[in-house]
Design a protein around this ligand. Structure first.
Ligand code: HEC
Length: 114
């Protein structure tokens, strides 16, 4: 009988742990917005080449430009770093790590929140 109690308590703790991690995962997956999440990454990693003033390449400084080019952007930031099409170009800026790539992927998945 005692063993049953221990087992029960164990299951209870496990369930509790599972629920909190699940909740945390959902919380982390909260809405990705262009202004708060995507733009700061671009400003950090894609300037000056894709921003006005100094940029001579395709402009990626606005919501619309990024939405229109999202597939090309996602493709390029996920290429092997030695690929000539890889972005940031020739890794002149720090390459995006998996969690930053995930932010941009989620922006698309969640339907491009401005
Ligand atoms: C050091 C300058 C530089 C940086 C930084 C840079 N790029 Fe580029 N980018 C280029 C050049 C040069 C080209 C044109 C050559 C090519 O197509 O590969 C280009 C082309 C592109 C294109 C294709 C545009 C088209 O005409 O279809 C995309 C999309 C792109 N870059 C995205 C990005 C993203 C996203 C970042 C930041 C994570 C970034 N780039 C960072 C220089 C840069």
């Amino acid at each position: 009988m005692k063993l049953l109690g221990v087992l029960f308590a164990f299951t209870f703790v496990l369930t509790l742990a599972f629920c909190t991690t699940k909740q945390k995962a959902i919380k982390e997956k909260k809405n990705v917005t262009f202004e708060k999440d995507v733009l700061p990454i671009l400003k950090d990693r894609c300037t000056p080449c894709h921003f006005p003033e100094t940029g001579k390449k395709k402009m990626l400084d606005t919501y619309q430009a990024n939405k229109d080019n999202i597939d090309e952007i996602l493709k390029r930031i996920q290429l092997p770093k030695e690929d000539p099409l890889y972005m940031p170009f020739k890794s002149k800026k720090t390459p995006l790590n998996d969690s930053l790539i995930e932010v941009i992927k989620n922006w698309k998945l969640q339907g491009f929140i401005p």
